[in-house]
Design a protein around this ligand. Structure first.
Ligand SMILES: [Zn+2]
Length: 275
């Protein structure tokens, strides 16, 4: 009996080891446009994991079937055309090429009478500049952990009230791009972690209100803004779908909604590609 249990133990351990050696991370959708994602095969799985760079920034590299693939986030401001990544292995450095197409995102034109705009005070501007720097540093974070999955849990139930990429023009001048999606729902609606990860930080910011940053590994960060409550702490491990907060309208928000952002190689990408 003992020998039989040992046999099954060894067999399941072997299966587990084999599975983890060849397991692939479920991937997101691809869309070769500004704000989209490109997935490129770069090497055979038998080779050492290559190091990949796009615009000199490290790029996520995952196993897919019998290959290493690069998962590249394309900036909203990227000029369309032929682009390349640098692929480094212990033996060689090569370039791989791909192309992205132009995409026309929704635009919104807002006209404000000059007399109705007031200049923000010095204290406000100082806080805004400080917070912008802090948020940028968090969104630029890189950890070597392999993401559990690029198939995300929808972080909240509700109506999509703001699309990714929307260009806002104030008095004819491009003033901002919408770097996430807005999900409108009643104040207090549960907000869930999109995938397994570690809470990188939480905070209360002027524009985004109560905010959570989750690190999923290899430059993949999700952002949850305007919350009424934050239920997690910095450094906490969260599981796919875990409740991390509640919808609110803290910061600059006209009504209760979740602004959900996804960042990859330091650039915001369309969150819907992960759903
Ligand atoms: Zn938003």
């Amino acid at each position: 009996m003992k020998i039989r249990s040992l046999y099954f133990y060894c067999l399941s351990l072997c299966l587990l080891l084999c599975f983890s050696a060849f397991a692939s991370t479920p991937l997101c959708k691809t869309n070769p446009i500004q704000g989209g994602i490109v997935i490129l095969p770069i090497a055979k799985i038998t080779q050492t994991k290559p190091r990949v760079y796009f615009h000199d920034l490290p790029v996520m590299t995952l196993k897919k079937n019998k290959q290493w693939v690069a998962v590249i986030g394309i900036p909203l401001t990227q000029k369309p055309g032929r682009l390349s990544i640098k692929v480094e292995t212990p033996r060689s450095t090569k370039q791989e090429f791909f192309s992205i197409k132009h995409h026309h995102y929704q635009t919104e034109y807002i006209t404000i009478k000059k007399s109705s705009t007031s200049r923000p005070n010095k204290k406000f501007l100082q806080r805004y500049t400080r917070e912008r720097k802090m948020m940028k540093a968090l969104l630029n974070h890189w950890s070597n952990r392999t993401p559990a999955s690029l198939h995300f849990y929808r972080p909240a139930q509700g109506r999509i009230s703001g699309r990714f990429g929307l260009e806002r023009y104030f008095n004819g001048v491009l003033s901002s791009r919408h770097r996430g999606i807005d999900i409108a729902a009643a104040e207090g609606t549960k907000v869930h972690a999109a995938s397994n990860g570690i809470v990188l930080n939480t905070g209360r910011y002027l524009f985004t209100g109560k905010t959570i940053f989750i690190d999923h590994g290899q430059g993949l960060i999700t952002l949850y803004c305007h919350l009424s409550k934050i239920l997690v702490k910095k450094g906490q491990v969260v599981r796919h779908g875990a409740v991390i907060g509640n919808i609110g309208h803290t910061g600059r928000a006209t009504g209760p909604h979740l602004h959900w952002g996804v960042y990859l190689n330091r650039t915001s990408v369309s969150p819907t590609l992960f759903l």
